[in-house]
Design a protein around this ligand. Structure first.
Ligand code: SAH
Length: 258
């Protein structure tokens, strides 16, 4: 059977690959990986005989042609994607031509960079009575945003925002968050190359100064922007505790002690 695996490589640290992703890489006959964002270390498990190709500089058609040409019967062919394949990864654009060829598809999820960034900064994206919602989005650049999804509209919920592909658009992030009623001194964290050994940088600032701080640190790619009313909660003195661990709260696994 002809088959192509779309595997989430995770955010960079090869140890953040899933066990399944690692096994598939070690069995692969051909791997096409997504340019500068997938750590080459992730390929260190590949067999000596595995054909490994960087897709940086390839068009979508060249990518699908490459995959189709390698997908002979019983070959293990992998498209290795950064983070999770379902987020900003052109998954469906690649799957459609493969469907036309009758090639089977399987997707293996990966740790997305928003999660790796929160982990790097020791931040929670949800906090009781602060926010219980996370939005994964981006700011409008060359890719237009669908109606109702402008940053001003999304930010009006005052929940956690994880912004992909937007590090060069911090001016617009600032304008839009202010227009949505966020305060100038609202905290923002930018994580560059989250989880990459020796390369990760965490920049903390506010809506007012984050752009200058990122400029000074020369960060203009491969970065996650997190804006959230939960940021910095590690240092708060008063926290509304999660009901899950509250002594007066009964749930499926524990009876209230009050
Ligand atoms: N599918 C990927 C996202 C691809 S879009 C995922 O799930 O993470 C590329 C964007 O992802 C970048 O512009 C950046 O915003 C973010 N990104 C990818 N890797 C990152 C990392 N290690 N640290 C911070 N942001 C990262």
């Amino acid at each position: 059977m002809k088959k192509i695996w779309f595997v989430g490589a995770g955010p960079g640290d090869p140890e953040l690959l899933t066990l399944k992703g690692q096994r598939l890489i070690s069995e692969a006959d051909a791997i096409l990986f997504a340019g500068s964002l997938v750590s080459e270390a992730a390929m260190s498990w590949a067999k000596e005989s595995c054909e490994i190709q960087d897709s940086k500089g390839m068009t979508l058609e060249e990518i699908t042609d490459w995959l189709i040409s390698r997908a002979v019967d019983d070959a293990k062919v992998i498209r290795l994607q950064t983070g999770d394949p379902s987020l900003y990864g052109a998954l469906v654009e690649m799957v459609q031509p493969l469907d036309k060829e009758g090639i089977a598809i399987e997707v293996v999820p990966g740790v997305t960079s928003a999660m790796a960034s929160a982990a790097a900064a020791v931040e929670t994206l949800t906090l009781p009575e602060v926010t219980q919602t996370v939005i994964f989005s981006r700011v409008e650049g060359r890719t237009p945003m669908p109606e109702g999804e402008s940053l001003v509209e999304l930010a009006s919920h005052h929940c956690t925002l994880c912004l992909y592909l937007s590090i060069t658009l911090l001016k617009k992030v600032k304008e839009d968050l202010l227009a949505a009623g966020w305060l100038e001194d609202s905290p923002i964290v930018v994580v560059y190359k989250a989880s990459w050994p020796n390369e990760q940088q965490i920049i903390r600032g506010t809506i007012a100064d984050i752009r200058d701080k990122c400029k000074a640190a020369k960060i203009n790619s491969q970065a996650m922007i997190i804006a959230s009313p939960t940021l910095g909660a590690r240092n708060w003195t008063e926290l509304k505790k999660s009901k899950l661990y509250d002594a007066g709260f009964t749930h499926r696994f524990r009876k209230s002690s009050e």
